[in-house]
Design a protein around this ligand. Structure first.
Ligand SMILES: Cc1cc2nc3c(=O)[nH]c(=O)nc-3n(C[C@H](O)[C@H](O)[C@H](O)COP(=O)(O)OP(=O)(O)OC[C@H]3O[C@@H](n4cnc5c(N)ncnc54)[C@H](O)[C@@H]3O)c2cc1C
Ligand code: SF4
Length: 510
């Protein structure tokens, strides 16, 4: 055999560089489902099904194109359980002259595969991942000489380089960013009605995977009753069209809003298919720009959506590779609390967390603000170890892959990286949750109360956080207003808050 072409679970891209020059008479594709990927963190069942089903469908696409595929299923009796061991066994059996792959998306996976190749004395050729719009060199060039990285400047460069929402060298509409128009909340009546997002009922392949996952990983968190994620390229395209036609026009305005039992609102739910590489981000960006240019979506919506993909998604990948492996261990605020147990079962009286965690367990999905300003915010205010928070997010979401999850969790949400991702910690009291959702209306607790009976733990812990990290936060200009508000609190109130926070922390550490 000439080349064994490795295709990992998040590399399901038919146009991938791994297939350049492939000769079916001499080469073979290798894919392996391994338990380790679901057990190194305690992975949600819907995430396992999404990956395995998408992999099996992709192997069929390759076979239909006449490409031989060496495929190891999770239930094969000889399955060694880890990528490295499976690859060693495959190399011993097939004796390829060379291993070829697109660069792995996760640092540790890259290291493990390189180590196998070294041990076996076989060449490993790693090709650039064309899925992304910015290469590692592009990001390094952007970062060079900058004291501080900021997404906004990277995003502007990307707009220019890829000529997205640009007219005659200027940003369409005269501004780069319409974020101020993107912070709407719903009135008492709730979100305007929209058709529910397209569902993708499981086909025979997915049904079989669901059965196997129930048998093998039935004790893992999550529920498969509502499983309807797209798992093929055609399904991903349908999901994109459905989003552009039905939800993009409202995306910008209500991007940050949350509502009970409305998981999708105006979000695209495209992250999983993009992260699996079933959907090309260029196609997604072009579809949003076309909708704007044809008058089917306002500029603020199209720009806001495109910024997430051309800006944030590419930016966090740049941050991940620039700062790994050290990034994983960063803990700027010295947090040492364990993650409360209710994160794994949703059992808490705090309604915002109960709703968000319940949705996570049911669907493997919450939208950005639920991740940042409910589950993430509470962990940050409580002082949970960032690595533990990271492992929870990596486990619980259908779209979770480390290169995008880690900078978002440890950096943006937990400020563990001391400001690489975000220039200040995203902290707020329960009043933010009240403004952006209807969760507080269904809660026994009062978001305006910081201490005493009925106080909202978010509010208690918010003030406690500001006091706990006061010297650190005072040095940050962007925290000045929040620190001035802290100065207005009377000493007696501060003492009451500290006392209440200590009791909370103790009760949640058990
Ligand atoms: C703590 C935390 C953990 C996160 N973990 C992940 C993760 O594991 N995988 C993941 O894909 N996203 C992650 N995100 C980013 C974001 O929350 C999800 O991409 C988004 O909620 C996915 O839902 P959607 O497809 O409906 O997104 P939409 O709201 O419709 O956004 C469109 C697309 O933009 C991209 N995007 C949006 N925000 C971000 C962001 N901050 N960083 C990178 N890309 C972004 C996604 O590809 C998304 O599909 C995380 C955010 C936070 C705060
Ligand atoms: S009162 Fe506090 S705990 Fe209850 S829903 Fe509002 S923010 Fe959450």
């Amino acid at each position: 055999m000439r080349h064994l072409i490795l295709v990992l679970g998040d590399q399901l891209d038919r146009r991938s560089a791994a297939f350049d020059g492939l000769n079916p008479a001499q080469d073979r594709v290798w894919m392996a489902e391994v338990a380790e990927e679901s057990t190194k963190v305690w992975v949600h069942q819907a995430r396992i099904v999404t990956f395995l089903s998408a992999m099996r469908h992709f192997a069929e696409v390759l076979r239909a194109d006449g490409i031989p595929v060496e495929y190891r299923r999770i239930n094969d009796v000889e399955n060694c359980g880890s990528l490295a061991a499976e690859l060693e066994a495959a190399v011993a059996r097939l004796k390829p002259r060379k291993l070829v792959m697109v660069e792995a998306g996760e640092w540790q996976v890259r290291e493990d595969l390189r180590a196998v190749a070294r041990r076996l004395g076989v060449e490993l050729e790693e090709r650039e991942d064309r899925h992304f719009l910015a290469s590692h060199e592009d990001f390094a060039r952007h970062a060079q000489g900058r004291k501080q990285l900021r997404m906004e400047f990277f995003y502007r460069e990307m707009r220019v380089r890829h000529q997205v929402l640009m007219d005659d060298g200027k940003p369409v509409g005269g501004a780069w960013n319409y974020d101020v128009e993107n912070r709407g909340s719903f009135g008492k009546e709730g979100p305007p009605l929209k058709p529910a997002p397209l569902r993708f009922s499981p086909d025979a392949v997915t049904h079989e995977v669901i059965q196997e996952v129930r048998e093998k990983f039935g004790k893992h968190p999550g529920d498969l009753e509502a499983f309807d994620w797209p798992v093929t390229e055609p399904e991903a395209r349908l999901a994109l069209a459905d989003f552009i036609d039905n939800r993009l026009p409202e995306f910008g305005k209500y991007q940050d809003a949350m509502w009970t039992r409305e998981p999708w609102l105006y979000h695209s739910r495209l992250s999983a298919v993009m992260n699996l590489k079933l959907l090309d981000p260029r196609e997604v960006i072009a579809a949003a720009e076309t909708a704007y240019r044809k008058g089917r979506a306002p500029l603020a919506a199209a720009e806001g959506f495109i910024r997430q993909i051309l800006g944030w998604r590419e930016y966090v990948r740049g941050v991940y590779w620039r700062f790994m492996p050290g990034y994983l261990e960063m803990n700027e605020l010295g947090c040492d609390q364990p993650l409360p147990k209710f994160y794994w079962n949703g059992q808490t009286e705090m309604n915002c967390l109960r709703e968000t965690l319940g949705q996570t367990l049911r669907l493997g999905y919450t939208h950005h603000i639920q991740r940042l300003m409910v589950t993430g915010l509470f962990a940050l205010l409580l002082g949970v170890r960032p690595r533990e928070v990271h492992e929870w997010y990596l486990a619980m979401y259908v779209d979770a892959v480390e290169w995008v999850e880690l900078p978002n969790t440890l950096g943006m949400s937990q400020h563990g990286d001391g400001g690489i991702m975000a220039s200040k910690p995203y902290v707020a009291s329960g009043k933010y949750v009240q403004r952006m959702s209807n969760y507080c209306a269904g809660c026994r607790l009062d978001p305006a109360r910081a201490s005493g009976p009925g106080a909202c733990p978010f509010t208690t812990l918010y003030w406690d956080f500001l006091m706990r990290h006061e010297p650190h936060l005072r040095r940050n200009q962007r925290m000045a207003m929040q620190m001035r508000n802290l100065d207005r609190l009377k000493e007696a109130e501060k003492a009451a808050i500290r006392g209440q926070a200590a009791v909370l922390k103790q009760s949640l550490a058990g």
